[in-house]
Write a protein that binds this ligand. Structure first.
Ligand code: WT7
Length: 660
């Protein structure tokens, strides 16, 4: 890439693991060499952490790339691995889920409780005619029934398709239709921002357009009135009265476990298909390795929603297959007050916290006094996922949540990869703020230039994965061609005429290798700007802005410019204390432009900076740069339906014009 890129390499801070954690870490440095000696044997050993009904005959069948088969011939039951085997080993009384409802109501489910509920749900689904291979849509708030519903599907071999509870009736309809789901599991509603938020009316609207749906199972959560049709059944009358006895049948290692639709800011959503044995192997191993989970003593909390892959892999399958005790929280971080997260950490003595950069930046904006008001001394490890984490947000997280001493693991992966791929190992890696650092043992990542050549240290380009991995997506549901087209046709053997060598997975993210060969993620490749012939990543400019003490959060886009091709336009949210109106605002803007120029080089100086109160985000917390580009180029706004809060765009658009 460019000079701007080289300039970001001036991030030199580095933090070694705490000595005590390193000494007792689940995974030590030798894992890298072990996996390098024999990658497939390494994954076999990780698969052995699970309980198989029948052992595999072959680790990997890659004879028909890019369609992989892992642990060929092996059989296992995912729910058995997440529940029964812990109960059978005498750990039935161990807490699986400390659940906290948004209004403050709580439930505690042991492994025996969750096992019972899952078996009942499995029996109820079977009685409704659901059999192995059928699809079940799940549209629930963050309540324990969501985990039980997913595990019940896994138990009977039905393929679940969880749809995030914030999605509209149209989004739900499309997903039910694409997967031709037979049953929908939902609730009357859940609690969001201090009040009940209905789900059932959305399901009613969707189901009316989905002839494949035979039954709708409804959990009563809020107790609000709901319309009722002959397809509807109450969960408490159907599941909770079903037999708790259920023998889990083993399924083939490649049996479809779930479909999850990528949220997609522009194109038609893709139904990412994950299967059984390889998926559980890698989610289980990475939970153990990256979070250093000690099931006997840790209390783990992942703040994601079950509607995203993070919730699938690191609330349900990774933690439960390892027998973890975890916290599950229903609501928003600022209800009823901005200290809610830290209150929960304090209350349940959380030891491992896994959250997203967007939340960390929100907490930064609210100020460090808020976490300082709680006892966070139980924490021993912090994780981040979802976007590149700006170095300053990383430092803030370590400083104000991690007492200036806890390791932060910045974990890179995707819905498509199923599990963590690039991340520090908390007992091994000297982490650099802002870098996901190193491919995990058993993973082969690289950064390629436009011609498909591996870039040297110090270079930038496209992130790729060179070898298949156990939890990789197997296809896009019903669309093998799109699977090949999207992920396997940019580089390597799948790149049409001239494509040569091995099959290479194209992740769609820009990345660079620093002088030590560590990997830095630069955001989606569509978010790279071309300014006067230089490639500049939006992430780099955003990180430069956030490194200024007056900026809490920033989004950067390239806007068409008659002289430079694209020009950098930045949107910045000032920190709580910064003075932003009138002349003080103009001064701050001038200072910020110079600050970016000083940090990254003059080429990266934004043409324009706007101070804004909020940024447009998808419901999974990703900034929708497409909408900001519309504003920057004075266009009318495109589709805003996937926005978390559509009023944000009015606030931003009304301020546009000033701030040159
Ligand atoms: C995209 C995948 C993985 C679970 C949540 C998101 C971005 C994710 C990081 C990270 C930089 C990251 C990438 C990736 N991303 N984690 N640690 N550093 N970027 O899943 O919705 O499938 O999104 O999120 O751009 O491609 P997803």
């Amino acid at each position: 890439m460019s000079e701007a890129l080289a300039n970001l390499l001036n991030e030199t801070r580095q933090f070694p693991p705490p000595a005590e954690l390193a000494a007792k870490a689940n995974v030590k440095a030798d894992a890298y060499a072990e996996a390098e000696r024999d990658r497939l044997a390494f994954w076999e050993r990780q698969a052995d952490r699970l309980t198989w009904a029948k052992k595999w005959d072959q680790v990997l069948d890659w004879s028909n790339p890019p369609f992989a088969k892992w642990f060929v011939g092996g059989q296992l039951n995912v729910a058995y691995n997440c529940l029964d085997r812990h109960v059978e080993a005498g750990r039935g009384d161990k807490v699986a889920i400390h659940w906290e409802g948004e209004p403050g109501d709580t439930r505690t489910l042991t492994y025996a409780d969750l096992h019972k509920l899952t078996c009942q749900a499995a029996n109820a689904l079977s009685e409704l005619g659901v059999t192995a291979g059928d699809r079940v849509a799940i549209y629930l708030p963050m309540i324990p029934e969501a985990a039980a519903a997913m595990l019940a599907c896994a138990r009977i071999g039905a393929t679940h398709s969880v749809v995030f509870g914030g999605f509209s009736a149209d989004a739900l309809t499309n997903r039910i239709q694409d997967a031709t789901a037979k049953v929908v599991i939902t609730a009357d509603g859940g609690y969001r921002r201090g009040k009940p938020s209905a789900l059932k009316p959305t399901v009613d609207e969707a189901v009316a357009k989905c002839p494949s749906v035979e039954h709708v199972l409804v959990v009563r959560r809020t107790g609000e009135d709901v319309a009722w049709s002959e397809k509807d059944l109450w969960w408490h009358e159907t599941v909770e009265t079903a037999s708790p006895e259920h023998a889990a049948q083993p399924f083939d290692a490649e049996h479809p476990l779930y479909i999850l639709y990528t949220s997609g800011t522009t194109a038609r959503p893709k139904g990412i298909l994950h299967t059984t044995g390889g998926y559980l192997t890698q989610t289980s191993y990475t939970m153990h390795a990256v979070f250093d989970l000690k099931p006997e003593t840790d209390v783990y909390w992942c703040t994601a929603d079950i509607g995203w892959v993070t919730g699938h892999s690191y609330i349900v399958y990774g933690p439960l297959s390892n027998g973890a005790t975890q916290v599950m929280y229903e609501g928003t971080p600022d209800t009823p007050h901005k200290g809610r997260f830290w209150e929960i950490v304090d209350k349940y003595k959380v030891t491992i916290l896994y959250t997203a950069p967007t939340l960390i930046r929100t907490m930064m904006k609210w100020g460090e006094d808020i976490p300082a008001g709680y006892d966070l001394s139980s924490l021993r490890l912090l994780g981040s996922v979802g976007e590149p984490i700006n170095p300053e947000a990383w430092i803030w997280y370590r400083q104000h949540v991690g007492r200036g001493e806890l390791p932060v693991v910045d974990t890179w992966w995707q819905t498509e990869t199923g599990a963590i791929m690039i991340s520090p190992l908390p007992g091994v890696t000297e982490a650099k703020p802002g870098s996901a650092m190193t491919q995990l043992p058993g993973i082969v990542a690289d950064v390629l230039d436009d011609q498909g050549q591996s870039v040297p240290n110090g270079g930038g380009g496209y992130l790729v994965l060179r070898e298949p991995w156990p939890s990789m997506l197997r296809t896009i549901w019903g669309d093998d061609n799109r699977f090949i087209e999207t992920y396997w046709s940019r580089f390597g053997a799948g790149a049409g005429a001239g494509g040569a060598g091995d099959w290479i997975y194209f992740a769609g993210d820009g990345a660079k290798k620093d002088d030590d060969g560590h990997i830095w993620l630069l955001g989606r490749v569509d978010d790279v700007m071309l300014v006067s012939g230089h490639n500049i990543s939006t992430t780099e400019v955003e990180s430069a802005l956030v490194s200024h003490p007056s900026v809490a959060e920033a989004a950067v886009v390239g806007a068409a410019d008659p002289t430079t091709g694209q020009a950098i336009v930045a949107f910045a949210i000032p920190r709580g204390t910064a003075e932003v109106s009138g002349e003080a605002g103009e001064q701050l803007i001038a200072e910020l432009r110079n600050h970016v120029a000083k940090t990254l080089g003059p080429i990266a100086k934004p043409r324009q900076i706007m101070l804004v109160p909020e940024l447009p985000k998808t419901r999974s917390g990703k900034i929708m740069r497409r909408l900001l580009r519309d504003v920057a180029e004075h266009r009318s706004l495109g589709d805003v339906t996937t926005l978390q809060d559509s009023s944000v765009m009015e606030l931003i658009s009304s301020g546009m014009g000033g701030g040159k």
